[in-house]
Structures are given as C-alpha cells and as structure tokens.
Design a protein around this ligand. Structure first.
Ligand code: GLU
Ligand code: MG
Length: 454
C-alpha cells in the first residue's frame, strides 16, 4: 500500500522504497522536448544515487545543451518526487535535478521551472497548477499509418459516449486505479471529443509537483496501453479530421494559505482579483512567445484555430490571444472563481517549460498591474464574431512563428534564464527552428496533389 505523503528527504525516501518493496528505480528527467529519459537502477544503490547520482551523455539525451565532447550530466533524484508505479509495483520512479561538474545545469527543464518558482517564492508567492491530459489510443496499420484502437469508435460525435467509454473500461479503470494509488485523487475519466481520445482528471498541486505528475502520467498511460497491445499517443493532432489533444492547465497564485486570485467583489463578475487579471494580461501579452513552449511541435499548430474542420465541428483549441468567462473558445477561460484555465497548452508540451513560461508571463503581468480588458463573451468558433473584426491577436500559425516570437520576448528570456552560451530561450528557439526546417524539407502528398500537374 503506497502512502500518499511523498518523502520529504533522503531518509524518508529510503524508508518508502523499502516499505513499498521497490526493487528498481527509473532515475528520470526530461529533456527539452519533454521526452522522459531514465536509467534503471537497483534500489540497493539508492545511497549512491542520492549522493553521486547517475551520469548521462547529455548529447544522447538530446536537447540538454551538450555535444558529445562534454562531461556527464549527473542526475540526482529529488526524494519528494518518488512514486511507485501502480501497475508494476516493484518499480519506482524518481525525477532528478541535473548537474554538470557539480553545478546545477541550466539546460534542465525541471531546474528552469524550479528557479522560476523560487523567484515567486522570494515574493511570498506560490503557483499551483492542475493539468488535464488528453491522448489517443491507436494501433499501427499495415501501410505504416495509424488508426483509432477501437474500430467501433467511429461516431461523428463521440464525446462522453458512455458505450465507447465502457468498451475502453479495462484501460480507463487501470488508469483510474493507478492515479488513485499514486494519491493524486482521480475524479473523472472520459471519452473525449475525438474518436479514440481520452482524458483523466486528478487533483491540483504546486506547479513543480504537477509537472512531475504529468511526466509520470504519460509514462504510466503509455505503459498500460503497450501492455494491451495499443499505442497511447500524446501527439497533439494525430488525425487531420479529428479534434487534437490538449493539456489544459488550471493556474492560481497563493500567498501562504490565501488564494490570491479570488475576489468576491470583482466588478466583471468572474470572481477574479486584480492580481489574477494581471496574471491573465501577462499570459495574453506574451502569448506568441509562450506558444513555442505550450505548443512545441510542428504538429501542434494543426490542432489550433477555432474554425479548423473536424468531424465533431469543433476544435476546442484557441486561435486568438483572448480570454473569456466560462467559454471554451478562448485561450484563457475562467471556469470558476479563483483560477484560470490556459487552453492553448497541448499534449506534447514539456510541462516544466510550459509552466515556467506561464509563471514568468503571469508574474510580469502582476508586477505591471496589467489589465487584460473586459472578458469576451463571443463564440470564437462561430463566424461573424469579434475575431472577424481583426480586433483580436491571432496566435502564431506555425512553430517557426512561435519560435521567433519566443526569441524576441525579453520577459520569457529572463524567466527561463541564462546558460553558459547565452539564454535558454535562444537555445530553445534554435532547436525549434531546426525542427521546423526538418519538417519543411519534406515534400508532402498535399504538395504532389496541388502542384504536380500545375
Ligand atoms: N481536445 C481539445 C483541445 O485540444 C479540448 C477539449 C476540451 O475542452 O476538453 O484542446
Ligand atoms: Mg478535455
């Protein structure tokens, strides 16, 4: 039985690992792309892990600012991140902080978020976050493509379909039980808007812990699907004609036990405080650069745009830097008093970098006491709305646009911090330009159909 209080220090971690009968640990961290990297270590080496860590070739892990000529990146477990894998009970996972030559390595996404949160903590503030992960269950086809795992799952409007969810009951209940065993408090599991698409909901926590949870969650879902002979994909838009997958993030800032985003006397009627509006304004002001962090792949930009053609008739993903009340067509939704939901974030986002960027943008808005103006009631998926007046700022149409915006954003540059070679956002933008370039050099079927016989 796993207790639900994470170990506070090395001694408690050792006791928890012994109590849980964990034999092996995945010594884990994520790279720039959010890829979970790990080595498997026997639990009896825990003392050494906690003092010396494990060495990795940073260039092989990819996206860690290293070449093959550089010294090891040393991963040292953070005891508070320990979990036992519920569907593989002799296996534990620890998230690590990264060091090179004994110093914190500024290319480590988890360290980048940690430092941004420490800046808030220096002002007595804490960012809390909840995450709503969406993904698809698919199978490979003989021609190298993919199809929805359950071939009966082909309804035009499958969202909340009780029968489709019940056909996926083995998978959904495995994940639900696992999330509960991890102590995160599962409260909902649903069939989402696209065929083959699912979402699971669990409690919010401080931003670092929630980022760790997203990493573990993805790992768990992929493992459970693999054991069932399926692929769970967190690719944002695997099917051109279906809604894509988001990672909506619900955010609130606290001062001790005081929720700073709540206000009973909000004249706009959303129950938000001045600080909350400042945070929203910061997120909207920095939206173009933030998008490179929240929507980090070439494929991400095919999910966005409220009028994109999907079988269900909605994308549920924003096209503009806008906010509204309980209205799912905006980049920022205010679903309830005291918190905001950032809806642009997609399933491929590196949760550490997305949250670090959002924290930096929001903190900037709060520091400037910025005002996002009045919330927009309009349905931005409908035609003939404010979006058509040109009064709203469209979100970047491609990864390349977003990468350029990130490189030009001073607040995000300072927020994500310096590296030995400059700023992390410059490194990140260069990696994303290269990713876009790799995509751009392909010649697609669309191009053949459109240009071959021109
Ligand atoms: N799947 C949609 C997205 O890509 C979100 C659907 C929802 O509102 O839950 O953001
Ligand atoms: Mg959803």
């Amino acid at each position: 039985m796993t207790t639900h209080t994470p170990p506070a220090n090395a001694e408690e971690l050792k006791r928890a690992v012994a109590r849980d009968g964990v034999e092996f640990l995945l010594v884990m961290f994520v790279n720039l792309r959010g890829k979970a990297c790990a080595k498997l270590a026997p639990a009896h080496t825990l003392d050494r892990l906690l003092t010396e860590g494990l060495g990795f070739a940073g260039n092989a892990a990819d996206g860690l600012g290293q070449t093959s000529a550089d010294p090891d990146v040393v991963a040292i477990p953070d005891p508070t991140s320990y979990v036992r894998v519920p569907i593989q009970e002799n296996l534990g996972i620890v998230q690590c902080d990264l060091y090179v030559r004994g110093e914190p390595w500024p290319y480590a996404p988890r360290g980048i978020l940690r430092r941004q949160l420490e800046r808030l903590a220096a002002q007595g503030l804490e960012l809390k976050a909840g995450a709503e992960p969406e993904y698809f269950l698919v199978r490979r086809t003989d021609d190298g493509g993919i199809r929805v795992a359950d071939e009966l799952d082909d309804a035009a409007s499958p969202c909340y379909d009780a029968h489709a969810a019940t056909r996926a009951l083995d998978h959904l209940t495995t994940i639900s039980r696992s999330v509960d065993a991890l102590g995160w408090g599962n409260y909902s599991n649903d069939h989402e808007d696209a065929n083959g698409q699912f979402e699971h909901n669990f409690g919010y926590a401080d931003a670092l812990r929630t980022a760790d949870r997203v990493v573990v969650f993805r790992h768990l879902v992929r493992l459970a699907a693999h054991r069932a002979g399926l692929i769970a994909t967190f690719m944002p838009k695997p099917f051109a004609d279906l809604t894509g997958s988001g990672l909506h993030l619900h955010l609130s800032v606290w001062e001790g036990h005081r929720p700073l985003f709540e206000a009973a006397d909000d004249p706009r009627g959303l129950g938000l405080s001045r600080q909350a509006y400042g945070f929203v304004a910061g997120v909207l002001d920095h939206a173009p650069g933030l998008m490179a962090l929240t929507c980090p792949t070439v494929n991400s930009y095919k999910r966005l745009g409220a009028r994109a053609g999907t079988l269900s008739g909605s994308s549920w993903a924003p096209g503009y830097a806008s906010y509204g009340g309980n209205n799912r067509t905006h980049m920022v939704r205010v679903p309830d008093t005291g918190r905001i939901e950032v809806r642009c974030v997609d399933s491929a986002a590196n949760p550490y970098l997305a949250l670090a960027g959002l924290a930096a943008a929001g903190a900037d808005g709060m520091a400037r006491d910025a005002d996002p103006g009045h919330p927009l009631d309009a349905d931005l998926e409908a035609t003939g709305t404010a979006a058509d007046t040109g009064s709203l700022r469209p979100l970047p149409p491609t990864l390349l646009h977003a990468a350029e915006a990130l490189a030009a954003d001073d607040v995000l540059r300072e927020g994500l911090g310096k590296t030995p070679d400059g700023y992390y956002t410059d490194y990140y933008a260069a990696e994303k330009r290269a990713e876009f370039d790799g995509y751009h050099r392909q010649v697609s079927d669309w191009e053949l159909r459109t240009y071959l016989q021109v």
